[in-house]
Design a protein around this ligand. Structure first.
Ligand SMILES: Cc1cc2nc3c(=O)[nH]c(=O)nc-3n(C[C@H](O)[C@H](O)[C@H](O)COP(=O)(O)OP(=O)(O)OC[C@H]3O[C@@H](n4cnc5c(N)ncnc54)[C@H](O)[C@@H]3O)c2cc1C
Length: 405
């Protein structure tokens, strides 16, 4: 995409991490034209990872999640349109229509609209509460703040988010019970072998994780919920679901963009000559095979924002092709994922033993390192990072063993 000039106008749709970082990046890299940031939520841009961690655990006040305030937005010349959703886009002209009828005709549009929590519907209780937004976090925190220590809270879903929520609920003195439909959590992202090394994690933190569980219904009673399972029931004072995410791209159906499990973009994050997409919503092709990949990772959203800001402002591209990075704080441990590991890759544990509370594993495909996953081994992971960045040969990586330094 050609670099923009001072007469250009950028509309950024989605005022989350990627959207806000793009606005900041455009200014940092010298773009002097108009910037409008449109956000469906009434809030100023904020950070989501603390919502399931420090905020739910009650350790952080809500204002600590803010990424920006009005003053900062004014200082860098970003026009904020809060609490209004974009409802249509014409990718050919760049026209964006907002829910209040406003029509914006910028020269460039960036789509940073993220994803939503996937609903978990129950026959009697309707959809369960989920945690994606600040409003969700406030509502959940209020609900659990009223519970006495030792009260049972059921978390439906034992993936990264469910595990984090359970950890935070336990930190409040509550008794979470995590219900996972699969035989083992995290097999999708980590593969069977590595996910298996995490089998004891919840129990070590004295948190009950039940796997292979089918939730049939959740029935509201006075002050409690009855969670009906295929083989029993649980009485809980609160129930929350963490069963993944979903895209909300209906409003882009007639935009002319290529939509396929996300907004399809090239390696330069271009969806159309006037339109870019970034963050959780962007499916980047050309990077990892034909279908590419869409990653819901904080660091990826931040890296996308920097890359797109540089491209549009005409700055030097980032010197490093960023390696995807994800972390999760759960059951008192930190899981970190680097690179593009696949569940069916070869796995070599290079630090720690199976079942230990600290380890580092490399993933490889056809003899080439594709990624690394660590359990509470942040230093060893960072020492392995150059090998993942470079796509080193596995035998050479094992011989170099930088994590042993
Ligand atoms: C509770 C929680 C914990 C997390 N923890 C981690 C973690 O530990 N590690 C990690 O790597 N990642 C974590 N993530 C993921 C990380 O937060 C996301 O990858 C990141 O927020 C993506 O940024 P984004 O800007 O693409 O999307 P978002 O942050 O979702 O922002 C998108 C914004 O666009 C708005 N929007 C949507 N549609 C429209 C529209 N039509 N018009 C206007 N605005 C619209 C939305 O309301 C939203 O505010 C977590 C996510 C959650 C929810």
């Amino acid at each position: 995409m050609d670099a923009l000039g001072p007469d250009d106008h950028v509309v950024v749709v989605g005022a989350g991490l990627a959207g806000w970082r793009l606005c900041e990046g455009l200014r940092r890299h010298g773009f002097a034209g108009r910037v409008t940031l449109v956000g469906a939520e009434p809030h100023l841009p904020y950070d989501r990872p603390p919502l399931s961690k420090q905020v739910l655990a009650g350790r952080w006040d809500l204002d600590r999640v803010a990424l920006a305030d009005e003053t900062r937005a004014r200082e860098i010349g970003v026009e904020l349109r809060r609490g209004v959703r974009a409802v249509a886009l014409d990718a050919a002209t760049g026209e964006v229509t907002l829910a209040d009828g406003t029509r914006l005709l910028p020269t460039r549009v960036a789509l940073a609209v993220g994803v939503e929590a996937r609903a978990f519907d129950t026959p009697s209780g309707g959809p369960l509460s989920t945690l994606r937004s600040l409003d969700d976090a406030v509502a959940l925190r209020e609900r659990v703040a009223g519970l006495e220590a030792g009260a049972t809270v059921v978390v439906v879903g034992g993936g990264f988010l469910g595990a984090e929520m359970a950890t935070s609920l336990a930190a409040r003195g509550l008794v979470p019970v995590v219900l996972e439909a699969a035989a083992r959590p995290l097999v999708g992202p980590l593969g069977e072998e590595v996910a298996g090394w995490l089998d004891g994690l919840a129990a070590d933190a004295s948190i009950e994780l039940r796997t292979g569980v089918v939730v049939r219904d959740v029935v509201a009673g006075p002050g409690a919920w009855r969670v009906e399972l295929a083989d029993g029931e649980i009485e809980a004072r609160a129930v929350v679901a963490a069963v993944g995410s979903r895209l909300d791209l209906g409003w882009l159906e007639d935009s002319g963009l290529d939509l396929d499990d996300g907004v399809v973009v090239d390696a330069g994050l271009r969806a159309a000559p006037r339109v870019g997409a970034l963050g959780d919503v962007a499916r980047v092709v050309e990077v990892e095979g034909e279908r590419g990949a869409r990653r819901e990772h904080w660091q990826v959203a931040a890296d996308h924002a920097d890359a797109l800001a540089r491209a549009w402002a005409g700055a030097e591209p980032s010197p490093l092709a960023p390696t995807p990075y994800f972390w999760s704080d759960q059951y008192g441990k930190k899981i970190q994922l680097l690179g593009r590991p696949r569940a069916d890759d070869e796995v070599v544990r290079v630090v720690g033993a199976a079942g230990a509370d600290r380890w580092l594993a490399l993933y490889a495909r056809r003899g080439v390192v594709t990624g690394a996953v660590a359990l509470s081994q942040p230093r060893a992971l960072m020492l392995a990072k150059p090998l993942v960045d470079a796509g080193a040969r596995l035998d050479e990586a094992l011989a170099a063993a930088p994590w042993e330094r």
